[in-house]
Design a protein around this ligand. Structure first.
Ligand code: GRF
Length: 197
């Protein structure tokens, strides 16, 4: 049985789209995206999910985590992918899915990560510091923001004339959209093997 995956989103959902496309191309053979959950009812990611025929749920504050747990249980979710999910999950939530939650972060961790480093802020900080190489990281999620074990990373060169926006786009194209589906398959495969043992 394929690993049942939920993708958690808050915004545009280009990383979700990369996962959906990879699954369609047969590049996620050990996993199946069965649910997309957003903490933002207006997230375009929800439209992407509906277009792909994937069930959706919206879980907003107050009580967001409780509603989220309910939705995940109702769909027998075994693995969670955070793809631009803008809420920090509690230690209690994370402990329910040990080594089963992964996140994509748009820098080479441990640079430009942790609290406050999200969205364009990450790329602004990289440009301000003057690093010549940045990238993306997929890692397991634990109770420390961006602090879990690293699964994979990909470097992206910074150009002299980059703005936070151009850099964000290139990191997505050259790293995030490639890395996340690959990491998803690696983890889905491991979970499937553990089940079948
Ligand atoms: C991505 O840069 C991702 O790394 C970060 O949030 C952004 C989400 O973009 N965590 P999208 O919603 O997948 O287009």
């Amino acid at each position: 049985m394929k690993t049942r995956i939920a993708v958690l989103v808050s915004g545009g959902g280009t990383n979700l789209q990369a996962l959906i496309d990879a699954e369609k191309r047969g590049e996620l053979p050990d996993g199946e995206i069965v649910l997309v959950v957003s903490n933002n009812p207006d997230a375009y990611a929800l439209t992407r999910a509906r277009k792909a025929g994937i069930e959706t749920a919206v879980c907003v504050k107050p009580g967001m985590e409780g509603k989220l747990i309910e939705a995940l249980r109702a769909h027998d979710i075994e693995m969670i992918i955070l793809a631009g999910f803008m809420a920090i999950l509690s230690k209690n939530f994370v402990s329910l899915y040990p080594d089963r939650i992964i996140n994509i972060h748009p820098s080479l961790i441990p640079s430009f990560c942790g609290e406050g480093f999200y969205g364009l802020h990450v790329h602004e900080a990289a440009l301000k510091y003057g690093v010549k190489v940045t990238g993306a990281t997929v890692h397991y999620v634990n109770e420390i923001p961006d602090g879990g074990r690293i699964i994979c990373q990909k470097a992206v060169e910074i150009r002299e004339d980059d703005t936070p926006e151009t850099l964000q786009r290139r990191v997505m194209e050259q790293a995030e959209w490639i890395l996340l589906p690959r990491a998803a398959q690696t983890v889905a495969n491991r979970i499937r093997m553990e089940k079948e043992q």
